[in-house]
Design a protein. Sequence first.
Length: 71
Amino acid sequence: RRYDGQAGVHVNLVCGRCGQVIDVSDGELEALQRRAAARAGFHVSAVRFELHGLCPRCQRARHHRLHKGGR
């Protein structure tokens, strides 16, 4: 389990290649969480948004490998 030092509603961008986690805060996410909970009459105890993909460094490395004929 990974410790997340970022407090509040935010997105974790998780790189599937190197494992880097980038925290991104966004007021719209907090508003979305509040609206969704209010509509359902739901008390939220924890929020977790994760987007998985490739970080900029791994994208560059992948692009470089593909154009050099690698995989």
